[in-house]
Design a protein around this ligand. Structure first.
Ligand code: AMP
Ligand code: GLY
Length: 405
């Protein structure tokens, strides 16, 4: 397992049910972490967690060395590495998405922006750790973002090409598809909470919490996601000579006109992974190994249990996280029934962890329904602390009442 965050901790934990797992580089909160280069590790299967090494061609290098790898090559990873390329591919594939334009110069970008209605959306073309998106009702704020991105002031080179797009309104849904060439199987849907503060206020983050299953998302919607989004995308990739073996993460907005694609990621979602993968009752290891070899096995099966994860983040996240604080209460949190912790931005020793990043850890509760899972997660969050720790209090709150406690 390549990576060092909460997603990788969760993946390693589920792979560990039937495999011996080493996490490179991992972190001091993830068992079996090893500070080594992936190329230097002997393994039967490599699973690559984050987008940056995928975009950078790590899967290609490992495959060239004869390894079995779950994760797309640099060609397929452009789906996440360039939003403009992704949008062109969606047009070829006929996948529903927001109307958009892509720009490298301010004048035409601002002109296009003036033709849009609020909410205004401005995104970096390149990778920006989930933070390169401004969604705002203020035209001035959107115009300022265009200027700051294109000048390089906001995100360096990642912002020198940008996408301006139509703001979509609705509920968001995250669906992870395990893909092998032009075939795919879907994992249960999850919902992520992107904004930093309760009530979806504050800036966009990498994700402050998630839950699965999502009430109201049934077979029909999942069939639409597979048939109208995932499969046409894999066909369009194949038409470009790309054999995609990895996870395709569809970030969807369920609008009044039906689902539309917000983004594709070429990796598992973080923190969606923490609530989707532990629910699997079939073997994750076998599924990923089969996809890596270019074929898919049986449809995965999942438990009816619900899972809720709450991210505990450092003060100042996402803009400028404060780090170096001692984390208290982990053992007490772990002793809450049904709770598992997935460690992310931590440093130090396993028994004496300190904060070392924005999203520090995930408190994940499992229960017979969302209310139960949420109650357990929140009880465990209450045991954890460090100066300035922040978390949302409303993860899965609205959905819990819909889910019939
Ligand atoms: P992205 O990295 O493209 O997924 O954008 C991050 C987040 O910004 C999404 O999860 C949405 O919450 C929001 N967002 C992105 N694009 C749009 C859009 N066209 N309309 C409304 N919200 C959006
Ligand atoms: N949770 C959103 C993402 O992984 O991009």
């Amino acid at each position: 397992m390549v990576g060092s965050g909460g997603r990788e901790h969760a993946l390693a934990s589920v792979l560990g049910r039937d495999a011996e797992v080493v996490v490179v580089p991992g972190n001091p909160g993830i068992p079996n972490s090893l500070d080594a280069a992936p190329e230097d590790v002997e393994a039967d299967l490599f699973v690559i967690g984050p987008e940056a090494p995928l975009v950078d061609g790590l899967a290609d290098r490992l495959r060239a060395a004869g390894r079995l790898v779950f994760g797309p090559g640099a060609d397929g990873a452009r789906l996440e590495g360039s939003k403009a390329w992704m949008k062109d591919l969606l047009a070829d594939a006929g996948v529903p998405t927001a109307r958009h334009g892509s720009f490298t110069e301010p004048a035409p970008a601002l002109e296009f922006l003036d033709t849009m209605a609020p909410p205004f959306v401005v995104k970096t073309d390149g990778l920006a750790a989930g933070k390169g998106v401004v969604v705002t009702d203020s035209l001035t704020e959107a115009r300022n973002a265009v200027e700051d991105y294109l000048s390089g002031a906001a995100f360096g080179d990642a912002g020198r090409r940008l996408v301006v797009e139509e703001g979509l309104i609705g509920e968001e849904l995250s669906v992870l598809a395990i893909c092998a060439g032009t075939e795919a199987v879907l994992l249960p849907a999850a919902q992520d909470f992107k904004r930093a503060l309760d009530g979806d206020e504050g800036p966009n983050t990498g994700g402050m919490g998630a839950f699965s299953p999502v009430p109201g998302v049934g077979h029909e919607l999942m069939a639409t996601v597979k048939d109208d989004f995932v499969l046409p995308t894999l066909e369009a990739l194949a038409a470009r000579g790309i054999d995609y073996r990895g996870v395709l993460y569809a970030g969807l907005m369920i609008t009044a006109d039906g689902p539309k694609l917000l983004e594709y990621n070429v990796r598992f979602g973080d923190p969606e992974t923490q609530v989707v993968l532990p629910r699997l009752t079939s073997s994750l290891t076998e599924m990923l190994a089969a996809a890596a070899a270019g074929r898919l096995g049986d449809e995965p099966t999942s438990s009816d249990d619900a899972m809720v994860t709450v991210v505990c983040a450092s003060e100042g996240y996402p803009a400028s996280p404060r780090t170096g604080d001692r984390i208290e209460g982990l053992d007490a949190a772990r002793s809450v029934e049904g709770v598992e912790l997935f460690l992310a931005g931590v440093a130090g020793e396993p028994g004496d962890l300190r904060t070392a990043g924005g999203r520090v850890l995930n408190v994940t509760g499992r229960g017979r329904n969302l209310a139960d899972a949420r109650e357990r997660a929140m009880r465990a969050v209450g045991e954890i602390g460090w100066p300035g720790m922040q978390h949302r209090n409303d993860i899965a709150l609205a959905a819990s009442s819909a889910d019939g406690a």
